[in-house]
Design a protein. Structure first.
Length: 450
């Protein structure tokens, strides 16, 4: 009897946390009228009957869910998890000498790039970041990119858990609690992903996506040094090559104003069409303790809960995104290669190593696959770089950069397969336009003579 009373008090406390005093009284009355056995249900669900243990569990859940925004996602938790993961294994603050070496490399990068592109420096600050600073600088964009999926995940997880635990009082405030739990789990995954990337990336542009607001450049020195360790090239050369690539990305996004919203919009368009595989989710969370968000996160972290087959709209968005990223990366490849060639003796092998690292699928690919079901890999990077090189050969930096004037004149995916044909069509169109302009001018002159 004493155990039964303790279990009943535990359930009353739990229901008050979820539903408030009046809602808890009504829920308990309904449960008892239906033959509710608090001790048996406590054993089934893993809810502790000891008041102190229950209070500790509820305090933990309240802390995790207190940071949920209007969308139900706990971005505060995402931030804390990302910082914790980024710090795993150490994230020492940079010395003044280390920070100076990075900012000097970024300054030199802009000088070298002036000889390789007509786009001016991006402006903004040049920074040396720790891994934690990378998290702080990019998390707002992570929110934007993952938001279309977050609500769907939270709702689907709430429905799945409610169906698997039909004996729990999940109506009203309880249902909202489950949605918050889903948002908490997704927030933890975003934090895990951002923290993992913080341990791998060199700067703000490794993913090809513009992950910071506004102009400016930054390098994560500890990751640059880890990459340089064991290479034939000196750490000095590696730092300068990565600085040039970072500065080239920044110039492009700063001075092609439509590019950033275009690329982020394509990611969002793809993510909005994600379908949650409820059957896979049910299998993933089967027998998981509903009070353990860590276990839920681990169960869902395999990235198998998204629809396997993309919709036609998603496929089109993905193709446009892959093409846009290939063009961005191809342009950076061409420009940075020309910028470093006179200065770095190991530029060619280092650039090839970076291309292979990206083509093999790095942390960014896993992150986007687990968060939004998106395989992020610009497969036609070499073809895009060859096209930019051909444009440079045709008319120098001005001819190459002119292609960024408007998204409608950019090459499409099929154009990258045959860059020569694309350039031939482009030249023919320019010639036709010139003939039309000349004919119109002649016509107008004739009208003036009469």
């Amino acid at each position: 009897m004493a155990e039964d009373d303790a279990a009943r008090r535990s359930w009353e406390m739990l229901l008050r946390q979820m539903l408030g005093k009046e809602g808890a009284e009504e829920a308990m009355a309904a449960l008892e009228a239906s033959g509710f056995d608090p001790e048996q249900l406590a054993r089934t669900t893993g809810i502790p009957t000891d008041p102190a243990s229950l209070q500790a569990m509820m305090d933990q859940m309240q802390r995790m869910m207190a940071g949920s925004g209007s969308d139900g996602v706990n971005w505060s938790l995402a931030h804390d998890v990302a910082r914790q993961v980024a710090h795993t294994g150490g994230d020492p603050s940079l010395s003044l000498a280390q920070a100076t070496s990075v900012t000097n490399a970024l300054s030199v990068a802009d000088l070298w790039l002036d000889a390789a592109t007509d786009l001016p420096p991006a402006g903004g600050t040049r920074s040396a970041w720790s891994r934690a600073q990378w998290v702080e600088g990019t998390l707002e964009v992570w929110k934007r990119l993952t938001q279309p999926v977050a609500t769907s995940i939270a709702e689907a997880l709430a429905s799945t858990l409610a169906a698997q635990h039909e004996d729990l009082p999940f109506a009203g405030g309880g249902a909202q609690m489950l949605r918050s739990l889903g948002g908490t789990v997704f927030g933890m995954q975003v934090g895990q992903a951002a923290g993992t990337l913080a341990r791998e990336v060199f700067g703000t542009s490794d993913t090809g996506l513009p992950l910071v607001e506004g102009p400016g450049t930054a390098l994560v020195l500890s990751n640059v040094e880890a990459f340089a360790a064991g290479l034939d090239a000196s750490p000095h050369e590696v730092l300068h090559l990565l600085a040039v690539r970072e500065a080239a990305h920044a110039r492009l996004y700063a001075h092609v104003p439509w590019l950033r919203p275009h690329i982020l919009g394509l990611v969002e368009e793809y993510a909005r069409g994600i379908a949650i595989d409820v059957d896979a989710m049910e299998e993933a969370v089967r027998s998981i303790d509903v009070t353990d968000p860590d276990a839920l996160r681990d169960a869902l972290s395999g990235g198998q809960i998204f629809a396997v087959e993309p919709t036609p709209e998603q496929a089109a968005a993905l193709e446009r995104l892959e093409t846009a990223l290939a063009l961005v990366e191809g342009w950076v490849e061409d420009v940075s290669g020309r910028a470093v060639a006179p200065h770095l003796s190991h530029a060619v092998p280092l650039r090839e190593m970076l291309r292979r690292r990206r083509a093999a699928g790095g942390p960014a690919e896993h992150v986007f696959s687990s968060l939004v079901g998106l395989q992020l890999r610009p497969r036609k990077l070499r073809e895009a770089a060859a096209l930019w090189a051909a444009l440079y050969a045709e008319g120098g930096p001005a001819a190459r950069e002119a292609l960024w004037e408007h998204p409608d004149i950019l090459p499409r995916a099929e154009d990258l397969d045959d860059g020569a044909a694309f350039l031939a069509r482009r030249d023919a169109a320019k010639a036709a336009d010139a003939e039309m302009d000349a004919a119109l001018e002649e016509l107008l002159r004739g009208g003036d003579d009469s």
